[in-house]
Design a binder for this molecule. Structure first.
Ligand SMILES: [Cu+2]
Length: 367
């Protein structure tokens, strides 16, 4: 790869030098007959324009065929469909306009190529034409922008209606933690200044705040299907970004402030695993894994689909691996799981001298 890049750089430098000498030659004011384009040159350039048109159409069709399957499957959140529709309509409009304008551009380049003795027509302006090519983009773009703004305000309207589940996503180099409000669904106060490594209070919860006592801190995010979730994001160190692609959700995590996002999961993990696109992706991935294992590379377990929370801001050397599994399940399953979790008071506030906790805190915060 490095060799390839070095070669590419050398070739580009050579081209740059060649172009520079050419500019220098042309600036010498001794234009020879050789420098003037002939009819044949113009014709050849016209054909090359056509060739380029075929190339860009070809590569577009090839990309759809080859890479279309890498797109995300159907959205797993209530607002996802609207978001996807906006994206799809924008892409269709761009696709149609670009197909037509590229064809016209290259065809005219060919049709009106220079000919010996022919003079270009001086055509100052045409008010009607200019009006048409101004008003159409204005209407289309205004429509898209208004629709986009409407979608944005609907998605970003984080409110407490419909009894949302409150979940904190806590980012640090290089892991995620999630915190639930406990029985009262209220998160206790927290601040990075209250982080106490000796007690493994790694999220900096306020021990004096009774709301914090029943908070539940976990490393795997469980969400009940069909219930709105209000996320509150915090970061301990640098900018991170909580990215949940299958829910069409992303929000930056900024040190010193709490950012918010809200969505309602509509399919459980089990339901999403039966989605045809997801099944196809699982099949393809496991085929690659089986081939690699067969060829003697490190054997990987067969993969199965899970929702995932990723970090989408390059936050340091292990950024690529900063992720957390999300499990969407039925309300009963969620309640069952929640019952098996320990609260902040049970784990941190009572366990002050546990050696296990000490070593855990040293590993997590010592990074
Ligand atoms: Cu990060």
């Amino acid at each position: 790869m490095t060799t390839l890049l070095t070669l590419a750089v050398l070739v580009l430098v050579a081209i740059a030098i060649w172009q520079l000498t050419k500019i220098f030659e042309l600036s010498q004011l001794k234009t020879s007959k050789y420098e003037i384009a002939t009819d044949a040159d113009n014709k050849n350039n016209g054909y090359m324009l056509f060739g380029f048109l075929v190339f860009i159409y070809g590569i577009t069709i090839f990309s759809f065929w080859k890479y279309g399957k890498f797109l995300l499957p159907e959205a797993g959140s209530a607002h996802g469909e609207e978001y996807d529709n906006l994206m799809l309509v924008s892409f269709i409009i761009i696709f149609i306009v670009q197909t037509i304008t590229q064809a016209l551009l290259h065809y005219f380049g060919y049709k009106y190529a220079g000919k010996e003795g022919q003079k270009a027509l001086f055509y100052a302006d045409n008010d009607r034409l200019e009006f048409i090519w101004t008003i159409i983009p204005v209407i289309v773009l205004a429509g898209l922008i208004l629709w986009g703004l409407y979608t944005w305000t609907t998605i970003m309207d984080v409110n407490d209606e419909d009894d949302p589940l409150i979940v904190e996503l806590y980012a640090q180099q290089f892991k995620w933690s999630a915190r639930y409000g406990g029985d009262d669904n209220v998160l206790g106060g927290a601040n990075v200044r209250m982080i106490d490594i000796d007690k493994a209070n790694i999220l900096g919860l306020d021990e004096a705040d009774t709301y914090a006592h029943d908070d539940v801190i976990v490393n795997e995010l469980h969400l009940p299907v069909g219930r709105k979730v209000n996320f509150k994001m915090r970061s301990q160190d640098v900018l991170h970004s909580a990215y949940m692609p299958h829910f069409r959700a992303q929000m930056n995590c900024v040190p010193g402030m709490i950012t918010e996002f809200s969505f309602t999961p509509i399919y459980t993990t089990e339901e999403m695993r039966t989605n045809p696109d997801v099944m196809d992706k699982v099949k393809r991935t496991n085929k690659i894994r089986a081939e690699k294992s067969a060829s003697g590379e490190e054997a990987l377990d067969p993969w199965q689909f899970d929702y995932i929370l990723l970090c989408n801001k390059i936050c340091g050397k292990s950024h690529y691996n900063m992720q957390m599994k999300i499990i969407v399940e039925t309300e009963e399953e969620y309640n069952e799981w929640m019952k098996s979790q320990s609260t902040f008071a049970e784990t941190v506030m009572k366990d002050e001298s546990s050696p296990e906790v000490h070593s855990l805190s040293a590993v997590t915060v010592g990074e």
